[in-house]
Design a protein around this ligand. Sequence first.
Ligand code: ARG
Length: 460
Amino acid sequence: MSKMWAGRNAGVTDSLADDFNSSIRFDCKMYKQDILGSIAHAKMLCKQGIISETDAEQIENGLLSILEDIESGNLQFDMSCEDIHMFIEAELTARIGEAGKRLHTARSRNDQVALDVRMYLRDESKKVTSLLEKLISVICDKAEEGACAIVPGYTHLQRAQPITFGHHLMAYSQMFLRDIGRVRDAVKRMNASPIGSCALAGTTYNTDRSFEADLLGFDGVCANSIDGVSDRDFCVELMSAYALIMMHLSRFSEEIILWSSWEFKFVELDDAYTTGSSIMPQKKNSDMAELVRGKTGRVYGDLMALLTTLKGLPLAYNKDMQEDKEAIFDSLETVIMCLEIFAPMVATMKLKKENMYRAAQEGFINATDLADYLTKKGMPFRSAYKITGEIVAECIEKNTVLDKLPLEAYRAHSDIFEDDLYREISLETCVSKRISEGGTSVESVLKQISLVRAAVEGTK
Ligand code: ARG
């Protein structure tokens, strides 16, 4: 097929080169943004007297009919076109003739593609943030269900102190709230219109970039035309936010996988989100969580790929930049897919509270509270820490736990110990007394849940 840019070049390229060069198979996703961008461009050209009203009207109607036909399945993308921009312009000209050829006045594909990608990402980011909101609300519901469930809290994956399961889950709600903030911040910075930067230098036509930006819902225009066509920071920024979302999902997945194991048995995933083994009949595998964890590497890879692509590029546009799309689309789609599966997986996850409690009874997770008991009765914390360590060693030797060691044994270490120690080191007390802000007590967790729910409502 002869190229739209035939002129200086013969417009006939090797067919392998055509395939290599072409981006329509992935940038066709942006058909809608491309069409809406072009309608706004035609309106601006008309308002400025650069094209006639009749031409502008024909262009708009032609573009709307193309949009309709694509969406109803009546128009297929022509994969022999170089990209979505060329396809739509060619189709428009085929439909309306001369007027179609006037559309590309005072713009270039360099600012057009920069515009389309920004508009596309702006639209898709709303999906990402609303899925994050959904997940946070599922986490809040589950945390409410597990608000009183005592479970060991871990450091170094060693049992550390008793916490409530709700408290643990609510930690993730904070991470996902920050993720929403990061996506929104990136979108805010990205929301400047590059259109009208043209190839790189601006244009000699009397355009009105602000008018066009306004029509398209931008907060303003890119202030430097070279930057307007060269900038892909916004992709990197969003992809960094996606990488962090995945990092959070991946840590959460890892815990769900551990909690589902026979060794922990703190939760049971619904059958809908697990698989069996083809050989081992007893298996119930957490494949969805594992895949989310696995796909995290892929999203990190996309981010690294784009950073690396951009690092040596001279200003302004270079064809290398066409590589931005597959990376950003892949990471965006992966994040969306993972968030879509994650929320219902968590929502349907059963909490095995008895197993959590049983685990909390072992492992001396109330040792800090025993040391605090002595400290509150006047012993310096370091001495209390040492004595408690010795008592733990004695329990291990006698194969017992702190709650069951007789008072005489305690008093052999210090006569500060009295009968009230057992109440002080009970798991319930350990949890209910941790009333510090953000701590693990039931009231604190319920308060966190209501604050997070309000925060989600407030950001909408
Ligand atoms: N398909 C191209 C891309 O995605 C569009 C811009 C092409 N511009 C150019 N001067 N070749 O980057």
